[in-house]
Design a protein around this ligand. Structure first.
Ligand SMILES: NC(=O)c1ccc[n+]([C@@H]2O[C@H](COP(=O)([O-])OP(=O)(O)OC[C@H]3O[C@@H](n4cnc5c(N)ncnc54)[C@H](O)[C@@H]3O)[C@@H](O)[C@H]2O)c1
Length: 325
């Protein structure tokens, strides 16, 4: 019988630290050729977008498919969230569905976890760095949580076009992480930070790339269409560019596709996939003056690894509801 796990069940067993470990393994599998990652399938019914994201991780023994929908009129018309996600986890030996779980919290944590892994590998090593977070939404919170797992921070600055969202973020996250978090009213104030995360819904660049200081590391997770970008051409030109997947970056990431189309850089500017850094096939940061960028588009391998982790933890803790289908 499949196990049913609701959002609270998922929250009760999933930590950022554990998620970073399995997400790192998933990227290593992708690089080593033991992951199966078909392109996600998108269907556009009249009012929304439905995405089907399957993957299989052979070493981890994890097989799953996430179904995510984005329906902009849901809140006003049906009192439902814009984005809804569920994951079907299967037994790779029999194909049987062993678990159905909520995918909202899972998506946010696994997205944070990828940036956490990238920060561990690419940011300067020393403690006491300052984080700068663009955006104060769901993803932005998880970005800061993951960065705080990767490095002992001295403080964090957050900027959002909604000053109210930024100050709520600072209040909530400073308690959660026991960290000094300052909501700022000027986007430029973050350009002096050591570790920067961009997690907004903006389709246009968030800062002037000439202002970012040497040695910074940037996690760019927001934009994911060819015509949208959070990072400008200048910062891409100045940086060592690492992506979650080369294929996804060249299909979905305006952050690198636009500078290539402008002729400002060539496709060779894409330095490595995250999995190549994890497995030691390519060097990460080689000196303290280098600027590094991790561009995340979001891959099904992250969902599958995280879903397997959640299932194993839930079985161990004896939570959830068995259902007869
Ligand atoms: N890479 C991945 O794997 C992945 C996964 C999930 C979501 N995302 C993307 O992450 C982004 C954020 O998602 P979310 O769920 O947190 O959304 P959200 O709507 O909760 O938050 C987005 C925030 O960005 C702010 N914002 C918009 N323009 C801004 C600007 N110019 N400067 C500063 N702040 C600005 C908004 O006011 C809002 O508070 C979206 O683009 C989403 O598609 C990426």
């Amino acid at each position: 019988m499949p196990l049913l796990l609701n959002r609270n069940d998922v929250i009760s067993v999933l930590t950022m630290k554990d998620c970073m470990k399995v997400v790192e393994k998933a990227f290593a599998e992708l690089s080593n050729g033991t992951a199966v990652l078909p392109l996600r399938i998108g269907i556009t019914p009249p009012d929304g977008l439905a995405l089907y994201m399957p993957a299989y991780l052979k070493e981890m023994g994890a097989l799953a498919c996430k179904v995510v929908t984005v329906y902009k009129n849901n809140p006003s018309k049906y009192d439902l969230p814009t984005t809804i996600g569920k994951v079907l986890l299967q037994d790779p030996e029999t194909g049987n569905v062993i678990c159905i779980m909520d995918g909202g919290y899972l998506t946010a944590i696994r997205t944070g976890a990828a940036s956490g892994v990238a920060t561990c590998l690419l940011a300067r090593k020393e403690d006491g760095q300052t984080a700068g977070i663009y955006g104060a939404g769901v993803q932005a919170k998880m970005q800061l949580w993951a960065v705080a797992e990767a490095r002992k921070l001295s403080k964090a600055l957050v900027y959002d076009v909604s000053a109210e969202a930024a100050s709520k973020f600072a209040e909530e996250m400073s308690k959660k992480l026991n960290l000094n978090i300052i909501a700022v009213s000027d986007a430029d104030m973050l350009t002096d930070c050591d570790i920067i995360c961009t997690a907004t819904s903006s389709p246009t660049p968030l800062f002037d790339g000439t202002k970012i200081k040497k040695g910074a590391h940037i996690n760019g997770i927001g934009s994911h269409t060819p015509n949208a970008r959070e990072l400008d051409t200048e910062i891409i030109k100045r940086s060592k560019f690492i992506g979650d997947s080369k294929e996804a970056c060249f299909k979905e990431a305006g952050d690198i596709m636009i500078p290539i189309a402008e002729g400002a850089i060539s496709a060779e500017h894409f330095y490595a996939e995250l999995g190549e850094i994890i497995t030691g096939k390519r060097n990460g940061r080689i000196h303290n003056d280098e600027i590094t960028i991790f561009k995340s588009n979001g891959l099904a391998i992250q969902d599958v690894a995280t879903a397997k982790l959640i299932y194993d933890k839930a079985i161990e803790a004896g939570i959830g509801t068995m259902i007869d289908i």
